[in-house]
Design a protein around this ligand. Sequence first.
Ligand SMILES: NC(=O)c1ccc[n+]([C@@H]2O[C@H](COP(=O)([O-])OP(=O)(O)OC[C@H]3O[C@@H](n4cnc5c(N)ncnc54)[C@H](O)[C@@H]3O)[C@@H](O)[C@H]2O)c1
Length: 262
Amino acid sequence: MDRQVLQDRVAIITGAARGLGEGIARAMAREGARTVLFSRTVALLEKLAKDIRDSGQAAVYFPVDVTDAGQVNRAVGEVLSRFGRIDILVNNAAVAPSLPFLETSDELLDSVIDTNIKGVFNCTRAVLPGMIERRYGKIVNISSVTGPRVSNQGLSVYSASKGAVSGFTKSIALEVAEHGINVNAILPGSFDTPMMRSMAASRGFDSEDAYIKEVGKEIPLGRLGTMDEAGDLAVFLASEASKYITGTEIIIDGGNIIQEHK
Ligand SMILES: NC(=O)c1ccc[n+]([C@@H]2O[C@H](COP(=O)([O-])OP(=O)(O)OC[C@H]3O[C@@H](n4cnc5c(N)ncnc54)[C@H](O)[C@@H]3O)[C@@H](O)[C@H]2O)c1
C-alpha cells in the first residue's frame, strides 16, 4: 500500500466530538494519523474513537475543556508520554452564540473569548515547546470567513474572536517559522454542523432543515460544505504537500464570498 500522507503523525484535534472537528479527525485518521480527540462530551468522543479504531487506526480521547489551561497541559503531557510527540494541532473548538451586541452579557462575552481565543492560546502554548524541540509541527487554526472577511448581524463577539484567531495565526507563524513549524488558518463559509443548525431560530426559521436548505440556495456551488471537505483541507495543511505554506488563511466556502449579488 502507498504511504498515507499523514502516516504515523500524532494529531490533536480540539472540539473533535462533532461537526468539523469530527470530520477533520476522521479525515486525518483515514490518512494514517494517530488521532488524539479533545472535547467535552465524553459519550461522543468515545464513539468517535471507537469508530476510528475499528477502521484500523489509533485513536485516543481526552475530556478537555480548552478554556482550562491546566486540563489542556495535563492532557498534552499524557499524549507526549504515550506517543512521544505531537506533530499536528488542529485548533477547532469554538462556540458561536448569535445575538445582538447590546444583549450580550459579560458571562457570554467571556465564554466566547475564553473558548475561541484563549482556547487556541492554551493548546498552542502546550504543544509548541515539543514541536520546537523536534523542529517539526503543523498547526491548523479553524477560523471563519465571519470576522476576518465578512460578518452578519448578531455575530459581533464571534466575529471579533475569529478576527483574533486570524491575527494570532500570522504572528505565531512568523515566530515559529525558523523552527520548521507551519501555522495556517482555515476560513470556512457555511458547513452543515450542529453549530450552523443552532443558528436557525435566531435567523427566524422554525426548522433547522429549512434553514440549511435556504443557506445552500445562496451559495454558488449550491450547498453547504461537508465535514469531509473540511477534513480534506485540514489534511492538506497538516501534510508535507503544504510545507511551503505558512501564515496563510484558506477560504473554503463554495464560492460564497466572491459574489456581489445572488
Ligand atoms: N459550521 C460552520 O459553518 C462554520 C463556519 C465557519 C467556521 N466554523 C468553525 O469551525 C469550527 C467547528 O465548528 P462546528 O460547526 O463544527 O461547531 P460545533 O458546535 O458543531 O462543534 C464544536 C465542537 O467544539 C466543542 N467545544 C466547544 N467548546 C469547547 C471547549 N471549551 N472545550 C472543548 N471543546 C469545546 C463542542 O463540544 C463541539 O464538539 C469552529 O471553530 C467554528 O467557529 C464553522
